[in-house]
Design a protein around this ligand. Structure first.
Ligand SMILES: *Cc1c(COP(=O)(O)O)cnc(C)c1O
Length: 396
């Protein structure tokens, strides 16, 4: 039986390779951090993790995870509503709501699940979802699982959003949904304008803060802090897998009744295992740290500003950003791959992106800054970019 199917898969895989889209995985043998060791023994500086606050290997979180393991054991062996809810889960949900200034929170195994399970329980074919064209794959899948009517507007285009809102007036309820920060350009969604339009056209607003939480806003409380609109976003989804420690876990936080309904009806919550206590306890410690000190956020913001300024001064074409994502524009797919390879030889681990991950002719290297980076790490990266950039004729 398998023979024909195997042939089919082999052919498809060959096509993926031919198109240059095959994803190889580099193997790391050290903890995640500013400096990592690869399985070939190379030590490189890491500029491609979502480890924005440098918490992936933070001693406080490791300690809290061990404590969680000691007090509450390894696994829950249950979904939340059967016997998978501990005091720790409830505490973490409360801490997330406090952090974002929202009413309640529901945890998921991942933000992918939070987005997959947020629309279907709340909306029907009478309703409308109005979605940014560059929203994350998990939002797109979540929308697919829901019967609501779909509307789409080009990335961050508020005039186009207004047109879609006008069309959607015929629907019962309308939800505008956006990423807080878009992962390829690092641009912050204009959520201030979005909440104004939502008020004008009677819509709800949902923001996925996966790349913005911990990063955007002076204390990392995301786009609501950045635009001073706390309390005007109805639903926020996010991940514990990026800024917030980088382990695993997602959440939806927002209005009380919305969260209550998700607990009753959201399928990835109802039919998937509860987060392990060690992850939850580390999450609690993490949010406590966020309210004790702003040192990590400050360092991230300083690192980002420093890196961007020096790279621009060196002559690189950098997309404007208010996040910790720095897109070094190269406009040529092959160049983006060759340059990333040369940078790795210089001990700088970055990734080049090209079509179809970004639009045609918009190839770039994406640099992700972290509070784990020290200034000498940044200086080394800038020097390597400058050297390789000159060699390859990207800068003069
Ligand atoms: C990373 C990311 C996710 C997925 O987060 P996981 O917790 O790893 O599933 C969802 N949405 C956005 C915008 C992301 O950047």
């Amino acid at each position: 039986m398998y023979g024909k199917f195997k042939e089919h898969l082999t052919r498809e895989l060959e096509n993926i390779r031919k198109e240059g889209l095959y994803k190889d995985e580099r193997i790391i043998v050290s903890p995640q951090g500013a400096e990592i060791e690869l399985d070939n023994g190379d030590k490189v500086l890491n500029f491609c993790a979502n480890n924005y606050l440098g918490l992936s290997n933070h001693p406080e979180l490791i300690k809290a995870a061990k404590e969680g393991l000691d007090t509450h054991g390894y696994g829950m062996s249950s979904v939340r509503f059967i016997c998978g809810t501990t005091d720790l889960h409830k505490t973490l949900e409360r801490k997330i709501a406090e952090f974002f200034g929202t009413e309640d929170t529901i945890l998921y195994a991942a933000a992918f699940d939070a987005n997959g399970g947020v629309f279907e329980p709340l909306l029907t074919e009478e309703d409308a979802i109005i979605s940014d064209s560059l929203n994350h794959a998990s939002i797109i899948d979540g929308v697919r699982l829901c019967k609501a009517q779909r509307y789409r507007y080009p990335n961050a285009d508020m005039e186009a959003l207004e047109e879609e809102l006008k069309k959607a007036q015929k629907n019962r309820f309308r939800v505008i949904v956006t990423d807080g920060v878009f992962s390829m350009d690092g641009n912050v969604a204009p959520v201030d304008k979005m909440v104004e339009l939502a008020e004008k056209y009677d819509a709800l607003v949902m923001v996925d803060e996966s790349h913005s939480a911990g990063v955007v806003g002076e204390t990392g409380r995301g786009v609501s802090e950045h635009f001073n609109i706390t309390g005007r976003i109805d639903m926020i989804t996010g991940t514990l897998g990026k800024s917030f420690g980088g382990a695993i876990g997602g959440f939806t936080t927002g209005r009380k009744e919305i969260i209550e309904m998700l607990r009753q009806r959201s399928r990835p919550y109802l039919f998937s295992n509860s987060l392990p206590p060690m992850v939850v306890n580390a999450g609690i410690r993490m949010f406590d740290m966020m309210s004790e000190t702003n040192a990590l956020q400050d360092k991230l913001h300083q690192n980002t500003a420093y890196f961007m300024d020096k790279m621009k001064a060196a002559g690189f074409d950098i997309k404007p950003t208010q996040s910790a994502i720095c897109a070094v524009m190269l406009y040529d797919a092959k160049l983006s791959q060759d340059m990333a390879a040369k940078l790795l030889d210089e001990g700088i681990y970055v990734i080049g992106f090209y079509y179809p991950v970004v639009p045609k002719g918009q190839a770039r290297i994406r640099v992700q800054l972290s509070a784990a980076h020290e200034q000498h790490h940044l200086d080394k990266a800038i020097a390597a970019f400058t050297k390789v950039g000159k060699e390859m004729g990207v800068i003069s």
